[in-house]
Design a binder for this molecule. Structure first.
Ligand SMILES: [Zn+2]
Length: 163
């Protein structure tokens, strides 16, 4: 581990509240581990019986809408901005669900369940190839098994069925 400001090798030093934390002797600062944050979005229709999923070129699985949280932006803002950018549709309502840490991508994923406004999706073709509405059962069938997306989708579908 190296300091992200000066490049010095970091040593683990006892921090009075956080236990052992990487420390840069040159900067005389603790350097808490950094990671990126992204939102993933389970988008339902207003009737709450269908889920909108996306597919990228040359991929067989359907995925949840997702995007990185920009510096200075709230996660709520990322949800409405990304969904609008990727589908052309506004978010009518959103609800924070849960989070998962993806170690391979060093990424904290925050999942939101949203209700999309009615209308035809207008795709951003640079990011997404196709979007499609699925019934709950179909949606669960078309996402990759044992993925973060599947876990988020299962939780969101269970929650939508209750409401
Ligand atoms: Zn440093």
């Amino acid at each position: 581990m190296y300091c992200y400001e000066c490049g010095e090798k970091l040593a683990l030093v006892l921090h009075n509240q956080e236990g052992l934390v990487p420390f840069c002797k040159k900067c005389n600062e603790y350097r808490f581990p950094q990671f990126a944050t992204a939102v993933t979005i389970v988008a339902a229709n207003r009737e709450k019986d269908k889920i909108l999923l996306a597919k990228h070129r040359d991929q067989s699985d359907y995925i949840l809408f997702a995007g990185y949280v920009k510096k200075g932006e709230t996660a709520e803002k990322t949800v409405t901005r990304e969904f609008k950018e990727e589908t052309g549709l506004n978010v009518v309502k959103y609800k924070y669900m849960s989070s998962r840490y993806n170690a391979a991508k060093n990424l904290l994923l925050l999942n939101f369940s949203v209700i999309a406004e009615r209308g035809e999706p207008q795709l951003d073709k640079s990011e997404i190839d196709e979007v499609k509405w699925f019934t709950f059962d179909e949606a669960l069938e078309f996402v990759r098994k044992d993925s973060d997306a599947e876990a988020f989708l299962k939780a969101a579908v269970a929650d939508l069925k209750k409401s």
